[in-house]
Design a protein around this ligand. Structure first.
Ligand SMILES: [Zn+2]
Ligand SMILES: [Zn+2]
Length: 175
């Protein structure tokens, strides 16, 4: 029952690729929504945890991996967590090209018939096509990494690593 694309744990945001990454339901089936660290036998492993506490834990991890100042990493984690089903109450779709949350109608791209895209944001996708159809994954990394580096106060090469990892979870860039 492995999904075709990488799923993101809807509690902690961890990408789930391998069967062992997924949590389990009470009947032993793999959870489609939560990772093995967050969810086992149909229940959260830490049922009382708050989004602030989760942001502290996730922030500390990314702060260390990507050398982001701890407070900035925590704030960034909280923002990311706030799109996940466990904290938002529903799963908020993210753009399959750049990862931007599609929180409101204005955030969504448009299909050729003018309807809103459920998959891509308005910056990446308009009138049924990508705004930069020839953009490669490497070019996307080169484009987004400096923005991440400056908004999170991290070195550019760490930002590249982070963006590379992140884009690998998005449908447009799956290999
Ligand atoms: Zn998780
Ligand atoms: Zn986008």
């Amino acid at each position: 029952m492995r999904p075709e694309v990488t799923r993101t744990c809807q509690s902690c945001g961890m990408p789930m690729n391998l069967e062992g990454d997924f949590g389990t339901e009470a009947d032993g089936a793999l959870s489609n929504d939560y990772c093995t660290h967050c969810y086992q036998n149909g229940a959260f492993t830490a049922p009382e945890i708050t989004i602030e506490e989760m942001a502290k834990i996730c922030g500390a991890i990314i702060s260390q991996i990507y050398t982001i100042p701890p407070e900035v990493a925590e704030e960034f984690s909280k923002e990311q967590l706030s799109c996940l089903r466990r904290w938002a109450g529903e799963e908020i779709a993210i753009c399959g090209s750049c990862g931007m949350p599609l929180r409101r109608d204005e955030d969504a791209g448009t299909e050729a018939d003018g309807s809103l895209s459920a998959e891509y944001c308005t910056y990446c996708y308009r009138d049924g096509q990508f705004t930069e159809p020839d953009l490669t994954r490497e070019q996307a990394i080169a484009k987004y990494a400096p923005m991440m580096a400056s908004s999170l106060g991290m070195p550019n090469e760490k930002a590249e690593e982070m963006v590379r990892q992140y884009l690998g979870t998005l449908p447009r860039w799956q290999e």
